[in-house]
Ligand binder design. Structure first.
Ligand code: GDP
Ligand code: GDP
Length: 438
């Protein structure tokens, strides 16, 4: 499981500044893709010894009369409960405030480790500033500056200390083939449960774990046309064939954990609601995580012609950055479009694990270079020489050359498109990375 670090603190202590610093680079890639609003609170942390999820709990308005905890959104309190580590930010220039005390009292009840970050301490006597904050009773205050990056890396590594990454062994079936892990994600009520049930049909179903907390998903063994899949079902608890009480609590962290664990993600969207901001944020996270993706536009039944045109325009406008993925217009309720959907899952899975040989990659690179040279940057034209594959799911193409720092994002995207087209990698993001040679 990818570790989750949750940023907590009263308004203006610097949470979103820290969030932006921790998630910046990839976000920048996504941010200039059209159709995506910038107001994200969930991001993939980078620049540490392992990937992690950062949650910024900002965005709540404190009411002076009712206390800050009441003002914290439900989602904030849920994020605190689901965290692996909490970074509690306070303002080193303002000292301890009553709101800090109130939050500290709540955090001391939390089961997970809390790191106390005294922010805005650039240019200040660290020992003097942080001395004040011992009274919060949350251990040693650590001085940082989110704006300048001081102490930020250290505090993240401390937060991750107990969560050293263990590579999952791929699960295989009796023939030795890997079993694809397919996560079904989407907002509440888009039709995930209905889709899971429709996929399972009369097939044998084994749910092989029960969720412990809201952030756990159910894993289901699915056999389709002689092939095995593991469905990662984020929809909640259900029992087939009888009435049950859904104790679902929508959890973004659960959704993100499922995305991280999966090979292929089915993103379910409600055609009757259009593309919401939350849909776009989840989609952006899938892209950040590099997962293969199939988009299911559900509840296609019962839509009139003009409504269908409208949703297609919505998709063009808001999900343009998913141009690598197949879109399917389905009805989970009427079981329409499901075989085609799963065909795309197979295609995406295959693409995610495609083997790309060095000679072919290099030939495609050289053809691309002949079409368009990388633009000159600071007076020097980057020189790209050869390419090899550096990973799978997503496929990573590593290009060796000189002055590679000067390659522009737009040029990288041109190369990504070229590789994807030539190798017919439909359904998976593809990453191009550079390695500086001489
Ligand atoms: P949030 O409400 O907790 O998300 O706080 P913001 O990240 O929006 O920051 C609030 C204000 O503090 C902004 O004006 C930031 O520029 C400023 N700020 C954030 N981090 C630092 C820091 O490390 N040093 C200084 N001097 N200012 C900071
Ligand atoms: P979940 O919260 O994403 O698991 O959503 P559910 O599967 O519980 O579905 C929410 C509601 O949407 C239920 O009332 C379903 O019957 C309905 N629904 C699901 N799929 C479809 C569909 O393809 N067409 C229509 N019209 N309704 C659907």
């Amino acid at each position: 499981m990818i570790p989750t670090i949750v940023l907590v603190g009263r308004p203006n202590v610097g949470k979103s500044t820290l969030f932006n610093r921790l998630t910046k680079t990839r976000d920048a890639l996504v941010a200039d893709l059209p159709g995506l609003t910038r107001d994200r609170h969930y991001g993939r942390g980078i620049g540490a010894s392992q990937p992690y999820l950062v949650v910024d709990t900002g965005g709540f308005e404190p009411h002076t009369d009712s206390g800050i905890l009441k003002a914290m959104a439900k989602q904030t309190l849920q994020a605190i409960d689901e965290a692996d580590a909490i970074i509690f930010l306070v303002d080193g220039r303002q000292g301890v405030s009553p709101q800090d005390m109130e939050i500290a009292n709540r955090l001391r009840r939390s089961k997970c480790p809390v790191l106390l970050a005294v922010n805005k301490t650039e240019g200040m006597q660290k020992a003097v500033v942080s001395a004040d904050f011992h009274e919060l009773g949350l251990g040693y205050p650590l001085s940082i500056s989110s704006a300048h990056g001081e102490g930020v890396r250290d505090i993240v590594e401390l937060a991750l200390e107990n969560f050293k990454e263990v590579e999952d062994e791929p699960v295989t079936d009796y023939t030795g083939d890997r079993i694809p892990k397919v996560a079904i994600v989407g907002r509440p009520n888009v039709g995930k449960s209905t889709l899971v049930n429709a996929l399972l049909g009369e097939e044998r179903v084994i749910a092989y774990d029960e969720p412990g907390t809201t952030r756990d998903s159910i894993h289901i063994d699915l056999e389709k046309n002689g092939k095995h899949y593991t469905l990662i079902d984020t929809a909640g608890v259900r029992k087939r064939g009888r009435v049950f009480e859904a104790i679902e609590k929508f959890s973004v962290i659960k959704t993100i954990q499922a995305i991280e664990e999966a090979n292929v993600v089915i993103l379910v969207v409600d055609a009757q609601e259009g593309i919401t901001e939350q849909d776009a944020h989840v989609a952006a996270y899938i892209l950040d995580a590099g997962r293969a993706l199939v988009v299911a536009i559900n509840k296609w039944d019962g839509l009139k012609e003009d409504e269908r045109d409208w949703i297609k325009r919505e998709i063009d406008r808001k999900l343009q950055f998913l141009d690598f993925a197949e879109f399917h217009y389905i009805s989970a309720l009427r079981k329409k479009g499901l075989p085609e959907l799963f065909k795309s899952v197979d295609v995406a899975y295959k693409a995610a694990f495609a083997k790309l040989a060095t000679p072919q990659l290099t030939r495609v690179l050289i053809d691309a270079l002949q079409q368009h040279q990388p633009p000159i940057s600071k007076g020097i034209r980057p020189k790209l020489r050869y390419a090899h594959q550096g990973g799978s799911n997503p496929p990573i193409v590593v290009i060796h050359g000189s002055h590679v720092d000067g390659v522009k994002d737009a040029y990288t995207r041109f190369l990504e498109k070229t590789f994807r087209r030539t190798f017919q990698l439909s359904g998976t993001p593809l990453r191009v990375e550079y390695k500086q040679g001489h």
